[in-house]
Design a protein around this ligand. Structure first.
Ligand code: SF4
Length: 331
């Protein structure tokens, strides 16, 4: 990221990471704010400013640390060291929460967040799994803060529990030599090359993502694949069948043996439509009224018929290329 403008809460300077970032980006323009959650001048920007706003960096402290229960790959969703992201996937779920203010925010009180994580993990009788990447992409964040490296090594000192994160990025070299002790589960999100190029703007390409998960697995990490979100564009069967061919050809034998697969169908929303239509007028239209249905709160999902067809197609393709047992869930 070429960061030119940073909005910051002045209190960040009381934290080690805050000081480090101040030095690292000393050439940027720093604009003081009261609260990272409410930057009026950015909130009032028109939707056409969305891409420009994604180039900003916001730095503050995280004030809310409530864990949410989860029953998919983890036990808890943990608010962690960042939220938002500088990439621009047209369906990004964070847009539902933060609207056009889904730019990258970094939180410098990382010791406080990690301590709660380690306390919760060690107090539990069973091995808990914590999803630390549900609010941002931690591999991307790590290129600025080194927080993921720090977290993996600190968490590995525990005798209990796992942390996990999904990513769409390939900058995993700093993670490869860490002493993670098998307590980190890395999950690579994949989609057909055409969908990555047209819809997942600013993320790593498919070849690099596959190489990255192969290397993480080789480095001893537990690994998973997220086929997500499944987007039913016109030629979806051809695209997803091509994706599975390509994965079968390029994933290492070790990944194929050890991975689990999550499959998530796309949810879209009124807010996405409004922002995308104004910010990216030439982009692919993801809303298709012939196959989507309203789900309340301005959200759209695929209707039952096409969703069932998609699920059975993917089950069959995954079964053909790997094994249906690899599927952890499909939602
Ligand atoms: S990489 Fe993830 S967090 Fe970033 S824009 Fe895409 S979906 Fe959102």
């Amino acid at each position: 990221m070429n960061i030119k403008t940073i909005f910051y809460e002045p209190g960040i300077i009381n934290y080690t990471l805050g000081k480090e970032l101040r030095n690292k980006f000393s050439n940027a323009t720093w604009i003081p704010i009261e609260n990272h959650n409410d930057i009026k001048e950015l909130r009032q920007n028109p939707n056409t400013e969305f891409a420009a706003m994604k180039k900003l960096l916001i730095i503050g402290t995280r004030k809310t640390h409530t864990y949410r229960k989860n029953e998919k790959v983890s036990d808890f969703l943990v608010p962690y060291t960042s939220s938002g992201c500088s990439a621009m996937c047209l369906y990004c779920y964070l847009v539902c929460h933060y609207n056009k203010c889904s730019y990258l925010r970094l939180f410098v009180n990382r010791e406080q967040m990690l301590q709660k994580l380690m306390r919760t993990a060690s107090k539990s009788e069973k091995d808990l799994t914590f999803e630390i990447g549900s609010n941002s992409d931690l591999v991307l964040e790590n290129t600025i803060t080194n927080n993921l490296v720090w977290t993996i090594e600190e968490f590995a000192r525990l005798e209990k529990g796992f942390i996990t994160f999904p990513t769409k990025f390939d900058m995993v070299n700093p993670l490869l030599d860490l002493n993670h002790r098998g307590r980190t589960i890395a999950r690579m999100s994949v989609n057909p090359h055409e969908i990555i190029t047209d819809i997942e703007k600013g993320t790593s390409n498919l070849t690099s993502r596959v190489n990255a998960i192969n290397r993480l697995c080789e480095a001893g990490y537990k690994v998973g694949l997220l086929i997500a979100p499944v987007i039913l564009v016109e030629n979806w069967k051809q695209l997803y069948s091509g994706l599975l061919d390509r994965l079968a050809d390029t994933l290492s034998d070790k990944v194929k043996k050890e991975m689990f697969i999550e499959v998530i169908f796309m949810t879209y929303s009124y807010i996405h439509r409004a922002i995308n239509n104004e910010a990216f007028p030439n982009a692919v239209e993801l809303y298709d009224k012939t196959i989507m249905t309203g789900r309340g709160m301005g959200k759209y999902t695929y209707n039952q018929k096409i969703r069932a067809e998609g699920e059975s197609f993917l089950r069959e393709e995954i079964g053909k290329h790997f094994s249906e047992d690899k599927i952890l869930y499909i939602v």
